[in-house]
Design a protein around this ligand. Structure first.
Ligand SMILES: NC(=O)CC[C@H](N)C(=O)O
Length: 180
């Protein structure tokens, strides 16, 4: 069973993509929803609203505990922000929000990501963050204009774009392979 944090944002698109790939999915809204999960997706959305939802539901400590358990976690966009030093503090990263500038609210880019074979990944960026700082334990997987937009640290995989919107299923496949 794979969890998708479902407080806010485009969690339904992630649930659908994971189900299409054959996974059993549970939407996570309260701490007990995390029980027994083998992995967790933290979706894109709006990081301030998501932070408030996490506080309201008492999910901060349970989420930190889940990440520390070593089970695979995929954070996309606002989900990548949630994992950084100043939010849940799980990952040794600091995100720059809306990093690509207000004038470029949304754009697409082809990215080559280690572990994903075939043609480049079609990456849709929507008011996306990038990593402005990261520690030695963080492996950068892809950059745009010299700024990290995909990275790994231990059991965490973070991307600042939206494969679930582009019909790009290979990032979720990579995440499900991490679980298997
Ligand atoms: N697509 C997204 O998740 C954008 C994240 C959003 N800009 C934020 O800072 O919360």
């Amino acid at each position: 069973m794979v969890g998708v944090l479902a407080l806010q944002g485009d969690f339904e698109a992630h649930s659908k993509m994971l189900r299409d790939l054959g996974a059993d999915v549970r939407e996570v809204r309260v701490p007990k929803d995390l029980d027994g999960l083998e992995g967790l997706v933290m979706p894109g959305g709006e990081s301030t609203t998501m932070t408030l939802g996490i506080k309201r539901e008492g999910l901060a400590e349970p989420l930190k505990h889940f990440v520390a358990s070593g089970k695979p976690v995929l954070g996309t966009c606002a989900g990548m922000i949630m994992l950084d030093r100043v939010h849940l503090g799980c990952m040794d990263t600091l995100c720059e929000r809306n990093a690509f500038g207000r004038q470029i609210r949304s754009f697409e880019e082809d990215l080559v990501i280690p572990g994903i074979d075939g043609p480049p990944v079609r990456a849709v960026f929507i008011r996306a963050p990038w990593l402005k700082e990261y520690g030695d334990g963080v492996e950068i997987l892809a950059e745009v204009d010299g700024h990290p937009v995909a990275a790994r640290q231990d059991n965490m995989l973070v991307i600042s774009f939206h494969p679930e919107i582009a019909g790009e299923h290979r990032v979720h496949e990579l995440f499900l392979r991490d679980i298997a």
